[in-house]
Every structure is written in structure tokens, then in C-alpha cells.
Design a protein around this ligand. Sequence first.
Ligand code: A3P
Length: 261
Amino acid sequence: MAEADLYTAYKGLLLPTLVHPPQSLTRFETFTFRPEDVVIATYPKSGTTWMQEIVPLIMSGGDPASVETLHNWDRVPWLEEGRSCGLNLDDRPSPRMFTTHFPPRVMPPSFFEVKPKVIYVMRNPKDVFTSSFHYCAMASFLVDPGPQNEFLQKFLKGEVMFGSWFDHVKAWLNYDERIFYICYEEMVKDLKGSVARIALFLQKSLDDDVIGTIAERCVFENMKKNNMSNYSAVPKEIMDPAKSEFLRKGPPHCRTTQTPV
Ligand code: A3P
């Protein structure tokens, strides 16, 4: 399907309409934050799902139920998604956990008044591009990427969902309130150390062995087995794992087969 059929233009960004119907965007604009809220902010394909596993485990003191009872999109919902309209987020106890793919300029007024904690995950653009390419090919609600060189031109110009990677990263790097920056690559290199630093930012005092258990639970191979996080619950007509899995490739040491780069 063509871009006009699949995407909505919202404040200069292209958004997949199926996931972001008009009512979810209207609700987002008036959403009320609390100071205890934790917001995971990412450009798509930068390690969002990974952080949606790490943060609930940290906040629950390492309780596996925190990632085994709710799907990632319900446990750390995207504020701008249609699905979150049905979740009654106002009734959730603090500290609530949310996700957004939006840049700061699109965040609602309450975000700037209340200044919730933000964790911003960055990933190098080459891998974000490759991951996006495969994701667009497997998700029927996204515009087919076409040949890789054409998709690269669109990616570089920001003519893809949620706009330019460069603008997104620059804008969040300039946000100077309560924010913790971490790179996907740092998490690959030292997951336990990364979990420890995130816990410190979240003011959760955890024993070393709990941090180790959380990190172990969040390694690629283990997360891939968690049906609450691996997107296996999504109908094949919407996300087709035969074309590409959601947890597709992972860091180099996780690759057991020759996956196209
Ligand atoms: P690849 O497509 O390169 O494999 P997002 O959640 O923001 O959509 O990002 C998805 C990317 O994060 C995918 O990258 C996915 O495999 C990777 N990912 C998810 N969980 C991971 C983990 N535990 N360890 C390493 N990479 C992970």
C-alpha cells in the first residue's frame, strides 16, 4: 500500500495510522504526567523493547513476573499508541512506566511542567537503518521499504516513520532535564554494568546478584524466548516472522545463522 494509505502526517512526522489513530494523538496531547513517571524515549529500532524489559525488572527489584504477565506494549505502553487509550493509565500506581518514539518538541505540556525521568536509548544509525529496513518489510502497517538503496535515501532525508534519526538524537541530546542517556552498543558491551547504571538513575538500590540476574534475563537469547516481549502474539498478517523476526539478529555473539546484513 502507498504511504498516503498507511501513514498520517503529524507535526511534521510520518506515523503509521493503524497504530496511531487520531484519538490516540489527541489523548497524548492532554496526557498528565507525574514526577515519579519513567519515560523510555527512543527512535524506532534503537533498543526500545530491550529497555521495556530492563526497566520493569529494575523497578520490581528483579521480579520475573514484571515481564511475564503483560506484553511489553502494555507493561511500558507507548503514550502515542491507540492501544494505550484502552489501558486506563491514570489508575496505574506510581511509578508508572511509559515509552515514546516522539522527539521532545512533540511531548505534551505536562511533560515539561512535571519533568518525569527519561531514559533515552541511542543506537548507531547504520544498524537502525538495517533494522528498520527489515522491520518495514515484515510489518504490513508500514510502507514497504523497496530496494535498500532507495530506503537509504528516504532514511537519510527523514522520510520514514517518526522522521529523521539525526533530528531525533540531536533533539533529545539537547533536552537538559532529568534524563539518562545510554547507547545500545554500551548495553551490548556491558549489560550488567548498564543495568547497574540505569538502576542508579532510577534510585533503585539493588544487590549485585539481582543486577546480574536482571542482565542475564535480558540477554538477546533469553529475551527472544519471552513470548511477552518477542512479538509472537501479533497476528502474522500484521507482523510476519517468516519475512523477518522482531528480535532479528542481536549482537554479533548471538548470531547462530547467516542473517542478511
Ligand atoms: P535488529 O533488527 O538489528 O536485530 P526496537 O525495540 O527499538 O524496535 O529495536 C529492535 C532491535 O533491538 C532489533 O534489532 C532487536 O533484535 C534488538 N533487540 C531487542 N532485544 C534485544 C536484546 N535483548 N539484546 C540485543 N538486541 C536486542
